[in-house]
Design a binder for this molecule. Structure first.
Ligand code: AMP
Length: 391
């Protein structure tokens, strides 16, 4: 279903309340990684250029609901936003009875999780947020899987509500992968545990032509194929899940592996043929021949979806599989979408950001969307038809 988009609204002189995901790491009172701020800037600049009065709302961290923890103030974020926009962004704590914001001004509300009713989607809080604005703009894909006052309640209560450009871009990118992908669609699902990505694996098996599994997840698939994996991280209780996935979609199995007797930065990686992993060894990466084969698969893909590393890439000696795969995705002609905290860290580590067609800003929301779940923060916008949007 089509959702109302910000670009369809005349916002000149109007007050727009934009839910952004400005939940960034802060250390020593400064923003330590501003990627989410960068991602929000085009929307903020668009609203300013259109002559709107701009109020931003976001959460930061996990304060105890209703408690004002100074360490989780959005002060450093307001400062970083102001620096990036070239004009001061005022942080407002006492906004409950209204705000004073001029044309093209930008205000940032203090951490919305300082309000007791945020995480319970309290209607009174949602109403107060809605009362601040003419148009509510949901642009925080990263929190669209949460039913909170600043994501869902306000979208129901506001005079008008729509998706911002960042949220729309996320939905477009994921739609291009899941709804009508250029074939073949190769999905990479790596990481530690099958159990945490079960729904993603099941759902992706419906649409992908092949699934490359990596990390502890691949270990469980090896176990399911009858391969002895020594002391590796794996989930024997998920073997039946792995077998079911393998019966539905092609899952290329590693032919060689990198092992060590412990996950230890000081230990060298040992190359083992797939059937020669010692009983005291842990599989911590794929071997070079496997990496070459997986890179070939990706090079010939029409679409690549990537979530999760192929090994313990944080340690260089177990990161080669992830590096080779990352470089192959980046240089492929395929439309490529990558997401998840570890995946974005790997993209940064191997310097391949430019080669990705789209990098998702949502962690949990990205995985839930891939798993075929409805995101409440998007669903509510779908229910806001043109008629229910009063301008
Ligand atoms: P996830 O949060 O499920 O995406 O898992 C990512 C984490 O899995 C990373 O921190 C990796 O170091 C870790 N990991 C990847 N491969 C392995 C492996 N073979 N054994 C243990 N941990 C792994």
């Amino acid at each position: 279903m089509a959702i109302p988009l910000l670009r369809d609204f005349d916002i000149q002189g109007k007050c727009v309340l934009v839910r952004e995901d400005l939940n960034v790491p802060v250390a020593d009172g400064r923003v330590a990684n501003g990627a989410r701020i960068e991602a929000a800037l085009p929307t903020v600049r668009h609203c300013m250029a259109e002559g709107a009065r701009v109020v931003l709302v976001s959460h930061l961290g996990r304060p105890r609901p209703g408690e004002r923890d100074p360490a989780l103030s959005l002060g450093p974020v307001a400062k970083a936003l102001g620096d990036a926009l070239g004009r001061a962004v005022k942080l407002v704590d006492d906004w409950q009875d209204g705000v004073d914001v001029g044309t093209s001004d930008v205000l940032l509300l203090e951490n919305i999780r300082f309000e007791a009713g945020e995480m319970t989607n309290d209607p009174a809080l949602a109403q107060r947020l809605a009362g601040l604005c003419d148009v509510f703009v949901m642009d925080a894909f990263g929190t669209a899987h949460r039913t909170h006052a600043s994501t869902v309640g306000v979208a129901e209560a506001a005079r008008a509500a729509c998706a911002g450009p960042l949220l729309a871009a996320e939905l477009d990118a994921l739609g291009r992968v899941l709804d009508n992908p250029a074939r073949p669609l190769v999905a990479v699902v790596g990481g530690a545990k099958v159990s945490t990505k079960l729904a993603v694996l099941e759902s992706v098996a419906d649409v992908a032509d092949s699934i490359i599994v990596g990390g502890g997840i691949a270990n469980t698939f090896l176990l399911a194929s009858g391969v002895t994996i020594g002391a590796s991280l794996a989930e024997p209780d998920q073997v039946d899940v792995a077998q079911r996935i393998m019966s539905r979609v092609e899952v290329p199995m590693p032919v060689d592996l990198m092992t060590a007797v412990a996950v230890d930065a000081g230990l060298p990686a040992r190359l083992r043929p797939r059937d020669e992993v010692g009983s005291d060894e842990m599989v911590l990466d794929v071997g070079p021949e496997t990496a070459r084969r997986l890179a070939d698969l990706v090079a010939n893909a029409g679409t690549v979806l990537w979530n999760g590393p192929l090994g313990v890439f944080e340690m260089d000696q177990f990161g080669e599989g992830t590096r080779v795969l990352a470089e192959a995705i980046a240089s492929a002609d395929a439309y490529s979408v990558a997401g998840g905290g570890d995946t974005l860290a790997a993209i940064e580590k191997y310097g391949v950001a430019e080669g990705m067609s789209y990098r998702s800003t949502g962690g949990g929301a990205f995985l839930e969307y891939l798993a075929g779940e409805t995101l409440p923060g998007v669903d509510v916008l779908e229910r806001r038809t043109v008629a229910s949007n009063r301008q």
